[in-house]
Design a protein around this ligand. Structure first.
Ligand SMILES: [Zn+2]
Ligand SMILES: [Zn+2]
Length: 404
């Protein structure tokens, strides 16, 4: 027997229904906010992720599904969705249409070669949105509101955490202050953080090590050192959230840690899946388009982890639906198909190919959760009629096949 690869999983039955419900709900809401579907390849040049996700990140450093293809190209299965969408945006020369705005949604599999552990898959799925060409903080608010709408529609409670990552004006000064602070307590920081001081000091802020976190209590906070523009945007965002009754907390350790991420960063966390875990995250990345050789274009986006929420999504009640068609004699089976075709124009229809007794058909209709069980027996075949039972109203009647 051949099994799926380690860390990879089939979605069948219950889970696949949850998957479809999550994706269709998210798509429905993204469309209401003016987003259009974008599909990008799963396989990209490795350098795309090295440049966008960043060489100092764990994803690129340790977790890439990277290999050489038969043509000798260094390629990688996408570990996240934004890089491919930005590449596609630049490749389609949309960055040159500076007065226009482009809003894309995507969903699909992502790959990270992590040590398999509970809840961590090597192939997992994300739904995400990217908005290009809008620098206003109103867009940051709108995208947060959209995610809130998605989780509400899925019956998922959440907490929103926000932060500002500053900009090219205020971030460098802050980073230097942080490096000074970290250098002083260097000996007490974990090994990773010692490396980060020179490679990516901002990432120290979200180190999972408890000792590092306790040292950071006294670290300088970017939120207290924002320039006027960043400070005004942050104030405007919190004011908009308050007006919309969206609860939030400011988490000064919420970072993305790369130079093209700026201003708003946010995470939606849920306590329903064990420890506080992020179920969606995103923010503004005004410099990434330029970083991938496009013309400077402001952008903001997010991604949500589908497997993360699969277990906590409230599924809508499944009502009995459509028709089950059966016959009691072999001769009557053929008569079912034209009737099924007609009914399928507006209903779900399943046809039983074997002649059976009425009781067995009623069981069959129950098994496929049909609302109506319709059966042609000997009399019905002779008279050109069909017997129907409404399994919700518990009514039964016989009607002409021509009006069925
Ligand atoms: Zn700033
Ligand atoms: Zn650390």
């Amino acid at each position: 027997m051949i099994n799926a690869l380690r860390g990879m999983k089939d979605l069948t039955f219950e889970e696949s229904q949850r998957f479809v419900h999550i994706v269709t709900t998210a798509i429905g809401i993204a469309k209401k906010y003016g987003y259009n579907y974008i599909e990008t390849p799963i396989l990209e040049e490795t350098k795309l992720f090295k440049r966008s996700v960043g060489e100092s990140s764990d994803i690129v450093g340790k977790e890439m599904y990277q290999f050489e293809d038969k043509g000798g190209n260094d390629v990688c299965m996408r570990p996240e969705g934004t890089a491919g969408v930005v590449r596609a945006f630049v490749q389609a020369k949309l960055d040159r249409r500076q007065n226009e705005k482009f809003k894309f949604y995507y969903y699909g599999p992502m790959f990270r070669y992590e040590r398999p552990q509970k809840g961590r898959l090597r192939e997992f799925h994300q739904f995400g949105c990217e908005s290009f060409g809008e620098a206003s903080v109103y867009e940051d608010f709108t995208i947060i509101q959209m995610i809130g709408d998605i989780f509400s529609a899925l019956g998922i409670g959440y907490k929103l955490e926000i932060n500002s990552l500053g900009c090219t004006e205020c971030m460098p000064t802050y980073r230097q202050n942080l490096v000074n602070f970290l250098t002083e307590c260097q000996d007490d920081l974990c090994e990773d953080c010692n490396r980060r001081i020179s490679t990516n000091p901002i990432r120290v802020l979200d180190c999972k090590n408890e000792k590092c976190q306790s040292l950071l209590t006294d670290s300088p906070k970017l939120i207290d050192n924002l320039c006027d523009s960043c400070d005004n945007d942050m104030k405007k965002l919190t004011q908009l959230l308050e007006t919309a009754n969206i609860d939030y907390t400011i988490n000064t350790n919420l970072v993305r840690g790369l130079d093209y991420y700026n201003k708003t960063a946010f995470e939606f966390v849920s306590s329903e899946i064990g420890a506080q875990s992020a179920i969606a995250g995103g923010g503004r990345y005004d410099k990434l388009v330029e970083f991938l050789d496009g013309k400077a274009t402001p952008a903001v986006g997010f991604a949500l982890g589908i497997e993360r929420i699969m277990g906590i999504v409230k599924m809508p009640e499944v009502n009995r639906e459509g028709y089950y068609l059966g016959a009691m004699d072999q001769e009557a089976i053929d008569a079912l198909f034209p009737l099924a075709s007609k009914k399928r124009l507006t209903n779900k229809v399943e046809v039983e190919y074997e002649p059976k007794k009425l009781k067995a058909h009623l069981k069959g209709a129950d098994r496929v959760n049909a609302r109506y069980c319709a059966v042609i027996g000997e009399d019905e075949l002779k008279n050109g009629t069909i017997w129907v039972k409404d399994l919700v109203e518990k009514e039964e009647y016989t009607i002409s096949q021509s009006v069925f």
